[in-house]
Design a protein around this ligand. Structure first.
Ligand code: MSP
Length: 679
């Protein structure tokens, strides 16, 4: 039987700057959906890429003193660039398209000409408003308070000879597509599109520019370059070989599913289907417009300077933990507020406490009570299997009332047996957050099952309770198995490790087996392994993250951009409360397991030693500081770092030199006695 085919795409991102956590969110979500379809046994094509033309990139390259191609090459292919980021995040894309790729350029010229030849593109004069950061043209009536309705920034007048696409011709068809089919989801976005864009009257779209050159030339009129959205939207088909010889599988894969952020739904649900109608090609199966990750309630954007660096988070917390957090926390279709606290909280609660503990407790109990291998007869009984089959067939989700001692088993088995269906239903509706919630209900149930059965009490009389204890362990391993299979699209590496630790063979790690209770052999052998998700110390990590982010920010700023900033004013009384004083270094040692911290023992003039930890190991050798007179603030609340208390802060001067942070402690004249106040 031929396998089902599934084609899915992310937007192609602008390489005008490094990508941030918002882009990562979209790519990770699309990756999880792609992996889910692969897990189900479908053939999948997953495409992502970069949208490299346009005035913004031309301007940025000029500012940087390089050609546009050099500029985008560095961001896409360079160290810690777009491709590196997707590799780090374990993204399983099959293709990566760059709109500067030759084959794409060839296709765009053909697409443009085809629409021109059919009369859907014509020459005219463009008068309108242009938003440079968004590369969007607007009519007066579309502006919001005179500014770009997407980003709120000012727009400029623009007038030029241009080619136009007859978008107006397709208005009725598009309205029908949006209102009468489930082409665009979530449905809440349909209203917005129809009311804001179609009902006021769809105007023809300006699809060429003469005001800049960094784009694909119209081959029959080369002073024009193709409008960047026509160039960009077509990537979904040019990457399959439409209009070029680089690939030949357009007919195999198209139409597919386009996952996009809500701010570009307009392009994908109006312009894109109209272009395809004009070309006589099938429309996407679906356009899904996901919500934004917000920071302090507002959109993250490089130009606002409030972005979160995915590299930093992945390196700190691990790739799977970050992937998991993004998809577990934010409902896919709506906006959500990003915070480091929420990230740590999710890791601690769901991954460390719930999943991590369930795994480590189960595996270690099988080790402790049975030497790592369950004895013959521990597996699923006939009635367990029957119960599981029935509840899937009959769609019941509550356990039938059964004999008292069996009630816990039945309730766990019913929930685990139903999981795959519930999960599938959510994934098919692009609700990965709900799919994860279903998994965690079972994990929760299994954790309770441990308490209900109190294995440690059963183990007190192995002769009488051994078989029951072994069956309890088996049920826990089975529940973990089903959950781990279904977690694979979200946390591929960790899910594989769970399956390894519980001793699941290849055959009992498949999609099919996730719906068959009792797939794990009764005499399964577990393998102890590392703690998958260690608990995180919230305060320590938040401080470390803050420091790392500040360092990264400073390191990223070229010298020229670092202007001395005057900080917010404090009143004189507040200033006077700060206890700055001279301190003498009695001892200074490196802090174990830290390459940043030094531990100082200081004479602060009070007669009692003061301990201060300072992250300056990069700049000073401990022995060089002993005996020196430094300046410290000593009435900050004490803080723990690497398990040790720091009672204040040493004062240093910080500046940037050749893109590197430079730091100098304020070293005072040794004549100044310890404890002398600075004022
Ligand atoms: N190049 C266009 C897309 C062309 S697709 C044919 C573009 N690029 S972009 O770099 O601005 O990336 C936009 C996409 O990145 C959004 O649609 C969204 O998927 C993702 N996100 C960017 N910032 C985001 C958040 N703050 N939150 C969630 N997703 C975000 O537009």
């Amino acid at each position: 039987m031929e396998k089902e085919r599934f084609y899915i795409t992310t937007p192609i991102y602008y390489p005008s700057d490094k990508l941030h956590i918002g882009h990562t969110y979209c790519t990770v979500a699309t990756d999880a959906i792609a992996r889910y379809h692969r897990l189900k046994g479908e053939e999948v094509m997953f495409l992502t890429g970069t949208d490299e033309h346009g005035q913004k990139i031309e301007d940025k390259a000029r500012e940087a003193g390089v050609t546009p191609k050099e500029f985008v090459d560095a961001i896409v292919e360079g160290p810690r660039g777009v491709k590196d980021l997707w590799k780090l995040m374990n993204i399983s894309n099959d293709r990566f398209i760059r709109t500067t790729d030759d084959y794409h350029v060839t296709s765009i010229q053909k697409i443009f000409r085809k629409m021109y030849d059919s009369g859907d593109i014509y020459k005219g004069t463009y008068k309108g408003k242009y938003c440079k950061p968004c590369e969007s043209f607007w009519t007066e009536s579309q502006l919001k308070d005179g500014c770009c309705p997407d980003c709120g920034r000012p727009v400029t007048d623009a007038e030029e000879e241009a080619y136009f696409f007859r978008l107006s011709k397709y208005a009725d068809k598009i309205q029908h597509l949006l209102e009468d089919t489930d082409f665009l989801e979530p449905r809440s976005r349909v209203h917005e599109m129809v009311n804001n864009f179609i009902k006021p009257g769809l105007e023809d779209l300006c699809v060429s520019r003469t005001s800049f050159t960094w784009g694909i030339p119209v081959d029959f009129d080369p002073k024009h370059v193709v409008y960047v959205w026509v160039d960009a939207l077509s990537n979904y088909i040019t990457a399959l070989g439409y209009g070029n010889d680089r690939y030949h599988d357009y007919a195999d894969w198209w139409p597919g599913v386009n996952i996009v952020g809500k701010e570009i739904v307009r392009f994908h649900s109006i312009i894109w289907p109209a272009m395809l109608m004009s070309l006589g090609e099938p429309l996407p199966k679906k356009v899904f417009g996901h919500g934004w990750l917000l920071l302090d309630g507002g959109k993250m954007s490089k130009s606002k300077g409030n972005v979160v660096d995915p590299y930093l988070l992945a390196e700190h917390f691990g790739v799977d933990a970050l992937r998991f957090f993004l998809l577990r926390t934010f409902p896919f279709g709506t906006d959500g507020n990003f915070s480091n606290e929420a990230l740590i909280q999710t890791i601690n609660v769901d991954l460390a406490n719930d999943l991590g503990n369930l795994l480590s407790r189960t595996v270690s109990m099988v080790g402790k009570y049975f030497g790592g291998q369950l004895p013959e007869g521990s597996g699923a009984s006939e009635s367990d299997r029957h119960l599981a089959e029935e509840c899937v067939k009959e769609h019941f989700i509550a356990a039938p009332v059964g004999p008292e001692d069996n009630a816990y088993d039945m309730s766990l088995i019913v929930q685990a047996a139903n999981l795959r269906n519930l999960y599938e239903n959510q994934m098919e509706h692009y609700a990965p957050h709900n799919a994860l919630a279903e998994i965690f209900k079972v994990i929760d149930r299994a954790n309770k099952y441990i308490d209900e059965n109190a294995p440690w009490t059963l183990a007190k009389d192995m002769e009488a309770n051994g078989p029951r204890l072994a069956h309890v362990m088996y049920n826990l391993l089975e529940s973990l198995r089903v959950c781990a299979i279904l977690l694979t699209p979200f946390i591929p590496t960790s899910a594989a490790e769970v399956l390894r630790q519980i001793g699941a063979c290849e055959k009992c790690s498949t999609w099919d087996s996730a719906a068959v209770w009792g797939s794990l052999p009764g005499t399964v052998t577990v393998q102890r392994g590392e703690n998958l998700f260690p608990r995180i110390d919230m305060d320590k990590e938040l401080a470390a993250l803050e420091q790392a982010a500040a360092e990264a920010k400073k390191a990223a700023l070229p010298d020229l951009e670092v202007e001395p900033q005057l900080e917010e004013k404090v009143d004189f009384d507040t200033f006077c409360k700060s206890d700055f004083r001279a301190v003498k270094v009695k001892d200074c040692q490196p802090v174990k397991k830290s390459d940043k911290l030094l531990r100082f023992t200081l004479d602060d003039g009070t007669g009692t030693d003061r301990q201060i930890l300072s992250g300056i190991a990069k700049w000073y050798k401990p022995e060089d500081l002993i005996g020196k007179t430094l300046m410290a603030i000593v009435n900050l609340p004490p803080r723990k770092m690497m398990g040790q208390e720091s009672q204040g802060m040493l004062i240093s001067a910080v500046h940037t030199e050749k893109g590197e942070e430079a730091l100098n402690l304020l070293i005072l004249d040794d004549k100044i006695p310890a404890g002398a106040k600075m004022c």
